[in-house]
Design a protein around this ligand. Structure first.
Ligand SMILES: Cc1cc2nc3c(=O)[nH]c(=O)nc-3n(C[C@H](O)[C@H](O)[C@H](O)COP(=O)(O)O)c2cc1C
Length: 401
C-alpha cells in the first residue's frame, strides 16, 4: 500500500470511528447522539442545557428567554468581557479542603452563587418558580424572586424553606410599590432588590423574531399586550394596576430615598453599572448593588458587567455589599468577579435552561456543575476560601481602547 492509499484508509477509518463521532457531537451537543442532552446527567457543562431548552420550548417562549436587545451586542459582550482577565494561580498550597461559603448581610450561604430574579417561570416549565425554589433549597442557594413571577412570594418562600430576596419593579404607582414591599416583607423576605435598568425601555429584536415563528395563538393563554398580561401575575392580586406602563420613566433618587424609608429589610439596587451611581445609592441609604445590565436585555450598551465591576467596587466596595450578574457560565467567571471584589454572583439563563429542559432536576444539575467548577478553579488557584480570592489572582489582558 503506497503512502497516499494508507492515508486514505486512515481517514476513512477515522471518519467511521466513535472518537470522531464524539468530537463532532461535542462541537454543539454533549449528548452522545446527534442532538441535545436528554437527561441532566449527560451534561458536561451548563451550555449543554441551552439546546435542550430550545428544543423543549415553543419559539415565542424561547425568544423571551434568550433575547438580548437590538442585535444582542450586550449579550455577547457579557461573555466576551471575561476574556479580558486571565488567572494567576498560586502553587504548592494544600487545597484538600475548599470552603465556598459566603456571608451576605450576616447570613451564611454555602456558595456565592445566587439565583437571579427572572419573570414568568411557568413560561418555561409548569412547575416554574416552585421548581427553582426546591432546587435552591436542595442545593442551599439564595434565590431572588421577580415582581412578575408566575407564583406569589408566599408559596415560593415556603418551597425554598428559607427567606428569599424580593425583586421590585417600580414601574407602577407608589401605592402599588408600597403594597408589593409590604407583602414581600410579610412573607419573610430579607431584602428588597429594586431593578432600575429598564427605565428607558428595551428593543428586544430576537424576542420579536421568535414570536413571529410561533404559530400558536398567544391569546389562548395570555393577553396580547405585555403590560396587561403582567397585571395578571399573582403579586398584583388585589391591586388596581392601571393599564400600560412607561417603565417608570420618571423615577429618580427621590424615589429611592422614599423606598428606603418604607423598607425595613435590606435594600439593594439592581442594574447599576457606574461607580458614581453606586456612590449615590450609598448616599441614599441603600445597602447593596447588583451590577447588572439585565443579562444584556436592557440598554444596548455593548459593555460587559465584568468590565463595570471595578469602578463600582472602587466607589463603594468598602461600604456596600456588591453582587453581579450577566453571562456567568463557568467557575472561572465566578472566580474573576470575586477577585475583582464582588461578594456574590447571580445567574439567570443557565438555571432557566435547566428548568425548561428538565424542571427541578435540571436546575439542580446546573447549580451542581457551577459549584463543582468554582471549587475546581479555587483549588487550582490555591484559594481555600472565598475571602482569599483577590485581585492578585488576576492579570488584565491588554486591550485596544
Ligand atoms: C427570561 C428572563 C427574565 C428576566 N426577568 C427579570 C425580572 O423580572 N426582573 C429582573 O430584575 N431581572 C430579570 N431578568 C434579568 C436577570 O435577573 C439577570 O440580570 C440576568 O438574567 C443575568 O444574566 P444571564 O442571564 O446572562 O445570567 C430576566 C432575565 C431573563 C433571561
Amino acid at each position: 500500500m503506497d503512502r497516499r492509499e494508507s492515508r486514505r484508509q486512515f481517514l476513512k477509518f477515522m471518519a467511521a470511528s466513535p472518537v470522531m463521532a464524539l468530537s463532532q457531537s461535542t462541537r454543539k451537543f454533549a449528548g452522545l447522539g446527534d442532538g441535545p442532552i436528554t437527561n441532566p446527567e449527560q451534561a458536561i457543562n451548563v451550555f449543554d442545557f441551552e439546546p435542550a431548552a430550545e428544543k423543549t420550548l415553543p419559539p415565542a417562549h424561547w425568544g423571551y428567554l434568550s433575547t438580548g436587545t437590538d442585535d444582542d451586542g450586550t449579550l455577547r459582550a457579557n461573555r466576551d468581557g471575561f476574556d479580558l482577565y486571565q488567572l494567576r494561580p498560586r502553587r504548592l498550597i494544600d487545597v484538600r479542603r475548599i470552603d465556598m461559603s459566603t456571608r451576605l448581610f450576616g447570613e451564611r450561604y454555602e456558595t456565592p452563587i445566587v439565583i437571579a430574579p427572572t419573570g414568568r417561570n411557568q413560561a418555561f416549565h409548569a412547575d416554574g418558580e416552585l421548581a427553582v425554589a426546591r432546587a435552591a433549597k436542595a442545593k442551599s442557594h439564595l434565590q431572588m424572586l421577580s415582581t412578575v413571577a408566575s407564583t406569589g412570594v408566599e408559596d415560593v418562600t415556603a418551597a425554598r424553606g428559607a427567606p428569599i430576596w424580593y425583586q421590585l419593579y417600580a414601574r407602577y404607582d407608589w401605592e402599588i410599590t408600597e403594597a408589593l414591599v409590604e407583602r414581600a416583607e410579610a412573607a419573610g423576605c430579607s431584602a428588597i432588590v429594586l431593578t432600575v435598568d429598564l427605565q428607558g425601555g428595551s428593543n428586544r429584536e430576537t424576542n420579536k423574531r421568535f414570536a413571529k415563528l410561533d404559530e400558536r395563538e398567544c391569546t389562548l393563554c395570555h393577553e396580547p399586550v405585555f403590560q396587561d398580561y403582567i397585571r395578571t401575575k399573582p403579586m398584583f392580586d388585589g391591586l388596581n394596576v392601571p393599564e400600560g406602563s412607561d417603565y417608570g420613566r420618571s423615577l429618580s433618587w427621590d424615589f429611592v430615598r422614599r423606598l428606603r424609608e418604607i423598607t425595613s429589610v435590606k435594600l439593594l439596587i439592581k442594574g447599576i453599572v457606574r461607580g458614581d451611581d453606586a456612590a449615590l445609592a450609598a448616599e441614599a441609604g441603600v445597602d447593596g448593588i447588583v451590577v447588572s445590565n439585565h443579562g444584556g436585555r436592557a440598554s444596548a450598551s455593548n459593555r460587559s458587567t465584568i468590565e463595570c465591576l471595578p469602578e463600582v467596587v472602587e466607589a463603594v466596595g468598602d461600604r456596600m455589599t456588591i453582587l453581579i450578574d450577566g453571562g456567568f457560565r463557568r467557575g472561572t467567571d465566578f472566580f474573576k468577579a470575586l477577585a475583582l471584589g464582588a461578594d456574590a454572583v447571580c445567574i439567570g439563563r443557565p438555571y432557566l435552561w435547566g428548568l425548561a429542559a428538565f424542571g427541578q432536576a435540571g436546575v439542580e444539575a446546573v447549580l451542581e456543575i457551577l459549584r463543582a467548577e468554582l471549587a475546581l478553579v479555587m483549588r487550582q488557584a490555591g484559594t481555600k476560601t472565598v475571602a482569599e480570592i483577590n485581585s492578585s489572582f488576576l492579570a488584565e489582558r491588554f486591550r485596544v481602547q
